[in-house]
Design a protein around this ligand. Structure first.
Ligand code: ATP
Length: 341
C-alpha cells in the first residue's frame, strides 16, 4: 500500500491578544494509504480542521513534515493538486445558479473538461436535479454539490471535513452511500467527523485525535479489538448463586440490577458450561463488543476517564515510542499489549 497522506509531528499554535498562545495541533501523526476510507475522528476543537488546513496550505504549520501523493505539502502541493479534491471550508454557492451552472463555471475556471459536470452530478446523485436553482436545495443536496465540485477533476484523493455536519439521518445515509461508491471507484477518502456511528459504518481505517495529539490509529476492527474486555452479559434465574459459581471458576463477575457482567469470557461457552453443570440454565448470554463511540470516549477523556490519553496504534509506520503511556497493537493482533496507562 502506498502512502497517500503522511503527516509526522505536525505542530500548530494560534496566538491572539485575548487568549494568548493556544496549541491546536501538538505533534500529530497521520498516515492514509491508497484505497482507504479513513476516518479522522476527534471531539470539537481537537485540531481536525487545523490539521487539514495545514496539510493543504490554508494555514501555516509551525513544525512537522507532511506529504500528499508523495510530494511535500504544502510546498509542492500544486504539482499534485489536480489529483486531490478537498472540502475543508464549506463552499458558498450562488443560490440563483443551478448546480449545473455552478459546476460548469468551476470546471471552466479549473481547466476541467465541461463533460465532467454531468459525470460529477451523476456521482453525487444530483443528475436529475442539476438544473434546479441551488437555493431550492436541501442542506444534504448542497453538501453533495460541494462534493461534486471536489470531484470535478476526478481526483484520486478526496478530503472531506465534517461532510455529515448538520445533515438529518437521511442526508447522512446519502453521504455514506456516496463515500462508499467513491471508494468502490478507487478514490482514497479522508473524512473527518465527530459522528462516530457514521465512521464505524463507512471507514475501514481510523485516526483519533484528542487535544491536538493522535491517540489511536489503525484498522477500525483492530482499534476496537484493543478495547475488547471479552465481557459477556448473562441473565439467569439465580444470579447470586451463578455469580458465586462463576467466581469459583476464576471469572470476574460484576452484578448489575438485572444481569451479570462476566469478564475474561473470550469463549462464552465456558460460562454456560459452568452454570449448566450446576443446573443453572442461562436465559441470555451476549458477548459485549466495544464500539467506536465507547473507545472514542475513553481515549479522548470524554467518558469519565480523567487519565491522560492513551495511544492505540495498528500502524507499524508510526510505532509510538516506549514508556510514554502507549498501547501498541501490531497489525492483525487483537488484545492489549505494551505499556498500559
Ligand atoms: N484561526 C484560529 N485562531 C485561533 N484559534 C483557532 C483558529 N482555528 C482554530 N483555533 C483553535 O484551535 C483548536 C483546534 O480547532 P479546530 O477547528 O482545528 O478543531 P476541530 O477538531 O476541527 O473542531 P470542530 O470539530 O469543532 O470543527 C481550537 O481550540 C480552536 O479554537
Amino acid at each position: 500500500m502506498s502512502a497517500v497522506i503522511e503527516i509526522e509531528g505536525l505542530h500548530k499554535a494560534f496566538h491572539s491578544v485575548r487568549h494568548g498562545r493556544r496549541v491546536a495541533v501538538d505533534g500529530f501523526d497521520l498516515l492514509v494509504e491508497a484505497g482507504q476510507i479513513h476516518g479522522f475522528l476527534g471531539p470539537n476543537g481537537s485540531g481536525k480542521t487545523t490539521t487539514l488546513r495545514a496539510l493543504l496550505g490554508l494555514v501555516g504549520a509551525d513544525g512537522g513534515r507532511m506529504s500528499v501523493l508523495g510530494v511535500p505539502s504544502p510546498r509542492l502541493l500544486p504539482q499534485v493538486a489536480g489529483r486531490v479534491g478537498a472540502i475543508v471550508e464549506s463552499p458558498q454557492f450562488f443560490g440563483n445558479f443551478t448546480a449545473y451552472r455552478t459546476l460548469r463555471l468551476l470546471a471552466l475556471a479549473g481547466g476541467v473538461p465541461v463533460s465532467r459536470v454531468d459525470e460529477a452530478l451523476e456521482q453525487v446523485g444530483l443528475r436529475d436535479r442539476g438544473h434546479e436553482r441551488v437555493k431550492g436545495y436541501s442542506l444534504g443536496m448542497k453538501q453533495r454539490l460541494a462534493v461534486a465540485s471536489a470531484l470535478l477533476k476526478d481526483p484520486e484523493l478526496l478530503i472531506l471535513d465534517e461532510p455529515a455536519n448538520g445533515l438529518d439521518p437521511a442526508g447522512i445515509r446519502e453521504m455514506r452511500d456516496l463515500m462508499r461508491s467513491l471508494a468502490a471507484a478507487g478514490v482514497t477518502v479522508l473524512v473527518s467527523s465527530h459522528i462516530l456511528g457514521e465512521i464505524q459504518l463507512i471507514c475501514d481505517h481510523v485516526t483519533i485525535i484528542s487535544r491536538g495529539r493522535r491517540v489511536a490509529a489503525g484498522r477500525v476492527d483492530e482499534v476496537l479489538a484493543g478495547f475488547d474486555q471479552h465481557e459477556v452479559l448473562v441473565r439467569v434465574d439465580e444470579p447470586e448463586r451463578a455469580a458465586q459459581l462463576l467466581r469459583e471458576a476464576g471469572l470476574p463477575v460484576t452484578p448489575q440490577p438485572d444481569h451479570l457482567l462476566v469478564g475474561q469470557a473470550s469463549d462464552p461457552t465456558v460460562v454456560s458450561r459452568v452454570l449448566g453443570e450446576q443446573g443453572l440454565w442461562v436465559r441470555e448470554l451476549t458477548p459485549l463488543r466495544p464500539d467506536l463511540e465507547s473507545v472514542f470516549l475513553e481515549l479522548t477523556g470524554e467518558g469519565g476517564h480523567p487519565t491522560l490519553p492513551r495511544q492505540v496504534d495498528g500502524s507499524s509506520a508510526y510505532a509510538p515510542g516506549a514508556g510514554d503511556g502507549v498501547i501498541n497493537l501490531d497489525a492483525g493482533v487483537g488484545g492489549r499489549r505494551g505499556g498500559d496507562e
